[in-house]
Design a protein around this ligand. Structure first.
Ligand code: SF4
Length: 592
């Protein structure tokens, strides 16, 4: 099938494709619905709003109350808004402005996401424009934080002052800039006054560079159209995720991305990137056609050629991805359907050049950046463990206030990690103890005092905000980690490093399918337990037990930990042990 023939095949498209097609580049009915008094959006506007960085949600804890109270719309609706943070980099001023916003119009808390972005929940529809306008004013954007486009670009976040890390972070910016949607609707909706046509940024704002001001530099391969040179008016069949990392630092979980850019380093300089293609974790247990996948290296690109190769890959996905069924629309399914050889052939056709084979560069480590480290210029960075990424003030735990005071006194540049941590950068040696005391005096546990098990755990938000959640996740994991800590301590295994990732449904937002332990919501308070992945992230785990009640997670794991202690080889990690021994032997030893 040639590239041209792909456009001609008859298709019965999903409703979302129709919404995008009729939306005049992601506007559709949003302006009218923003102006009305309803507490929620219609389905069409909701789908389009994702591309602007917002999901409509409702308070699932209060559904009965909403019904009894007969509230307008029947539910307590609100919006989640996600701000993209390429490479996880932001200033303290930006974080403080986000805190102001979450207190002003959100639920008072802020979430560091598993893709190094920021999420605020509980924003009423009537406050949506104010929120997004203010985000643009502080030099950030919510554009393409969700939707069928290039999402937030991840990158190894540790602020080491050297050419390799500088280049990787610069690539994260280049990717985000190159693949950002060009539609003017974002700025028309959230920044431009509908009556005067003037840009109306909140006070103190940075320049809002709308689509009109950006000069698109074509790579010379096929175009979408005049407005969206890469995407065209129906954008991509599904979300598209990218990340940048190193063999010795896989914080960006490259094998879980649609495209992972693995830096190849010679003489302490990045000389090019392996492109790892086709990762993706969403699956539906009842649909056999769906699966989680880790990516595979497709090609090597000398420095400077990586973006045009990625553009060719994205365009193959744009034109050959399945737009008739969103369950199988991600790149991993396109790759599976076409086969690697055909897929590569198409990418070469779109790129207009042959692609080099990938370099041999196995993943060897994952730097989570936690604790104190000298950053290479005499100053220090401190990686703070933020449990499940939630920044809040809650009783004696006042992390939000602590960070406000740290910002006021030290103003550190910040980086969000791929494991929901926060790195505070550029700290003078003389300020280290001040930073620590600002944290501890607000009831925040220093990373050094957090167990390895908890430090390497993460959860998606799930209940009560996510409409797809089947079980608890963020609210359940801390208690389960306490039980796991106790079991590990009994066995003397408290120093082991392994990842535990929990999600409230099989969509897998917290990447549970390549971790040492994956806990995926399956039915009310019951989880599918996965074992056999690892901190390095290049291997899928497998189902160990299904329908495990929440209160049985730690006891079930305790049996496997005991086996691990008894039968591990020297230096073997928990995930490697489970992978080597396998499900059948573990079940036989630990009991069905
Ligand atoms: Fe919601 Fe499921 Fe994603 Fe969790 S994994 S945030 S429950 S969609």
């Amino acid at each position: 099938m040639s590239a041209d023939a792909a456009q001609d095949a008859p298709k019965k498209l999903t409703p979302v494709e129709g919404f995008k097609d009729a939306s005049n580049y992601l506007s559709g009915p949003i302006p009218e619905e923003l102006a009305n008094d309803a507490p929620n959006f219609t389905g069409e506007a909701m789908q389009l709003l994702k591309h602007h960085g917002s999901y409509e949600q409702d308070d699932r804890d209060r559904r009965k109350e909403a019904k009894a109270e007969k509230v307008p719309g029947g539910k307590y609706y609100s919006m989640m808004v996600r701000t993209v943070v390429p490479g996880g980099r932001m200033s303290s001023d930006q974080l403080m402005a986000q805190f102001d916003l979450c207190e002003e119009v959100g639920n008072g808390t802020l979430r560091l996401t598993t893709r190094q972005a920021i999420q605020v929940h509980g924003i009423l529809k009537s406050n949506l424009r104010h929120y997004i306008n203010r985000v643009v004013a502080i030099g950030q954007t919510t554009l393409a934080a969700c939707g069928d486009v290039c999402r937030n670009v991840m990158c190894s976040p540790v602020p080491k002052k050297n050419a390799v890390y500088d280049e990787m972070q610069a690539l994260a910016d280049r990717i985000k800039e190159h693949f950002k949607p060009r539609t003017g609707s974002y700025y028309e909706l959230w920044v431009t006054d509908s009556e005067t046509g003037e840009k109306t940024l909140a006070a103190g704002g940075a320049n809002a560079n709308g689509s009109g001001g950006y000069e698109f530099k074509s790579s010379g391969i096929k175009d979408g159209d005049g407005v969206e040179p890469i995407y065209g008016k129906t954008y991509l069949p599904r979300k598209f995720k990218m990340g940048v990392g190193l063999p010795e630092d896989n914080n960006a979980d490259l094998y879980s991305q649609d495209i992972g850019f693995l830096a190849i380093v010679e003489n302490e300089l990045v000389v090019g990137y392996n492109l790892i293609v086709g990762g993706g974790f969403g699956r539906t247990p009842s649909a056999a056609k769906t699966f989680a996948a880790v990516g595979a290296p497709l090609c090597y690109c000398p420095l400077g050629e990586e973006i045009s190769a990625a553009e060719a890959i994205m365009k193959v996905q744009r034109d050959f991805g399945d737009r008739t069924d969103r369950k199988v629309a991600r790149l991993k399914y396109t790759l599976n359907r076409l086969g690697v050889e055909k897929f590569k052939e198409l990418v070469e056709e779109y790129a207009g050049r042959a692609l080099d084979p990938p370099k041999d560069a196995p993943i060897t480590a994952h730097d989570d950046g936690m604790g104190w480290h000298e950053q290479g210029d005499g100053r220090w960075y401190y990686g703070l463990n933020v449990e499940n990424g939630r920044i809040k003030d809650d009783g004696d735990f006042r992390l939000k206030t602590a960070l406000r005071q740290i910002a006021a006194e030290l103003n550190p540049p910040l980086r969000i990690t791929g494991h929901q941590g926060l790195i505070l950068c550029d700290i003078d040696a003389g300020d280290k103890s001040k930073l620590e005391s600002l944290l501890t005096s607000h009831g925040v546990t220093l990373t050094e005092n957090v167990s390895n098990a908890r430090r390497w755990s993460m959860a998606c938000p799930a209940m009560p905000t996510c409409g797809l959640a089947i079980t608890e996740s963020e609210r359940a994991l801390p208690g389960i980690m306490t039980q796991i800590e106790e079991e590990l301590a009994k066995l003397g295994l408290q120093d082991e490093v392994f990842t535990t990732r929990m999600t409230g449904c099989p969509n897998g937002c917290a990447r549970p399918y390549n971790s040492d332990i994956g806990l995926v919501g399956r039915a009310k308070e019951k989880y599918t337990m996965f074992l056999g992945g690892g901190t390095l992230g290049y291997r899928l785990n497998w189902i160990y037990k299904d329908m495990v009640p929440a209160d049985q997670v730690a006891p079930e794991l305790a049996k496997v930990f005991a086996e691990f202690k008894a039968k591990r080889t020297e230096g073997e990690t928990f995930g490697d042990f489970c992978d080597r021994v396998g499900k059948e032997e573990l079940l036989a030893s630990c009991g069905e």
